[in-house]
Ligand binder design. Structure first.
Ligand code: CP
Ligand code: NVA
Length: 312
C-alpha cells in the first residue's frame, strides 16, 4: 500500500539544475523576488503552514542550514535537522530505508551528501520532494541564488559570460548546466588535472562552455568572475597538493580589470582570502558575496513552495 499512496501532484525533485526547465527556473526567480520584497517589508508569507522540512547533513554547513531552516520557519512550517553522526545514517542504515521512513513523516527533504548517486537513491525511495543541498557533483540551490543575485545587479543573464577560475567541482558543473538552460556562456579555467569531466557536462557547445589554460584570458570581457575553494569537502586529503597546483588560479584585481568594467565577483563561501581570491577582490566594490549568501534564503523559499504547491 505504502508505495502506491497517491500524491497531490506529480512528485518533483531538485537534484540538479537541469531538473527544471527554463520557464520553471524563471518562475522560481520571479517568485523569489516577491518573497524577498515581502520579507524586507516584514510582511508574513505563510504559504507552507504546518509543512515539515527534514534537513539531512552528511557534510558541514553554515549558509545552507541557516537559509533552509530560517526559510521554512518564515513560510510557516517546521524543520527537523539530522546529521550522519546523530542519526542511524552514521551507523550504516541504508539510504533507501532512511528515505522510506523519513518521507512518511515529513513533507519535503533537503540533503547535503557525497556522491550524486546517494541523493538519487534517496529520491528514488522518497514519497516527498527532495532538494540537493550540495553533493560532490552539484550545488543547484547556490547557482539559483547566484543567478538571482546577478539579475538583481545587472538584469538578465542571457547572452552574458561567466568566468569560472578554479576547481572543476560541484559549483562549476552546476554553472555549466545553468548556462545551457538559461543561455549564457561559461569561460572555464582550472589547473591541468582539475578540469571538467564530460560525464557531468555532456558536450556543451562553445557558446556554452569554453576552456582556457590561462585564467587571465578566461576573465577577458566577462560579466561575472567567480571561484570557489581549492579543496571541496570530502577531498581534504588532497589539500596540500592542491595548494601547490592551484597557486595561479587565484582571482586578483588584475583579473577583475580584464573583465567588463562593471563585472561582478561571486563566491559561494566559505572563502579563503589569499588562496582562491585576494582580499581586495572579495572585500572590494565589485564583490556581491553577501547578497549571494542572503539570496539563498529567498530562492530556496520559492523553491520549496514550488515543489510543494506548484506555481501560485
Ligand atoms: N555556500 C554554501 O553552501 O555554504 P555552506 O557550506 O555554509 O552551507
Ligand atoms: N565546492 C565547495 C562548496 C562549499 C559550499 C565544497 O563542496 O566544499
Amino acid at each position: 500500500m505504502a508505495d502506491t499512496l497517491p500524491t497531490t501532484g506529480p512528485l518533483r525533485h531538485f537534484l540538479q539544475f537541469k531538473d527544471f526547465s527554463k520557464q520553471e527556473i524563471q518562475y522560481i526567480l520571479e517568485r523569489a523576488r516577491l518573497i524577498k520584497t515581502k520579507f524586507k517589508q516584514y510582511k508574513p508569507h505563510h504559504t507552507l503552514h504546518d509543512r515539515t522540512l527534514a534537513m539531512i547533513f552528511e557534510k558541514a554547513s553554515t549558509r545552507t542550514r541557516v537559509s533552509f531552516e530560517a526559510g521554512m520557519y518564515q513560510l510557516g512550517g517546521e524543520v527537523i535537522h539530522i546529521t550522519a553522526s546523530d542519526s542511524q545514517l552514521g551507523r550504516s542504515e541504508p539510504i533507501e530505508d532512511t528515505a522510506r521512513v523519513i518521507s512518511r513523516m515529513v513533507d519535503i527533504v533537503m540533503i547535503r551528501t557525497f556522491e550524486q548517486s546517494r541523493i538519487e537513491r534517496f529520491a528514488a525511495h522518497s514519497r516527498v520532494p527532495v532538494i540537493n543541498g550540495l553533493t560532490n557533483e552539484y550545488h543547484p540551490c547556490q547557482i539559483l541564488a547566484d543567478i538571482f543575485t546577478f539579475i538583481e545587479h545587472h538584469g538578465s543573464i542571457e547572452g552574458k559570460t561567466v568566468a569560472w577560475i578554479g576547481d572543476g567541482n560541484n559549483m562549476s558543473y552546476t554553472w555549466v548546466q545553468a548556462a545551457e538552460i538559461l543561455g549564457f556562456k561559461v569561460n572555464f579555467s582550472a589547473p591541468s588535472g582539475y578540469g571538467l569531466d564530460p560525464v557531468h557536462t555532456g558536450n556543451p557547445g562553445s557558446n556554452v562552455l569554453e576552456v582556457f589554460s590561462d585564467p587571465l584570458k578566461a576573465c577577458e570581457g566577462a560579466h561575472l568572475i567567480t571561484t570557489d575553494v581549492w579543496t571541496s569537502m570530502g577531498f581534504e586529503e588532497e589539500n596540500e597538493q592542491r595548494k601547490k597546483d592551484f597557486s595561479n588560479w587565484k582571482v586578483t584585481s588584475q583579473m577583475m580589470s580584464a573583465a567588463q568594467p562593471n563585472a561582478l565577483f561571486m563566491h559561494c563561501l566559505p572563502a579563503h582570502r589569499g588562496e582562491e581570491v585576494d582580499a581586495d577582490v572579495i572585500d572590494g566594490p565589485q564583490s556581491v558575496v553577501w547578497d549571494e549568501a542572503e539570496n539563498r534564503l529567498h530562492v530556496q523559499k520559492a523553491l520549496m513552495e514550488f515543489l510543494l504547491l506548484g506555481p501560485q
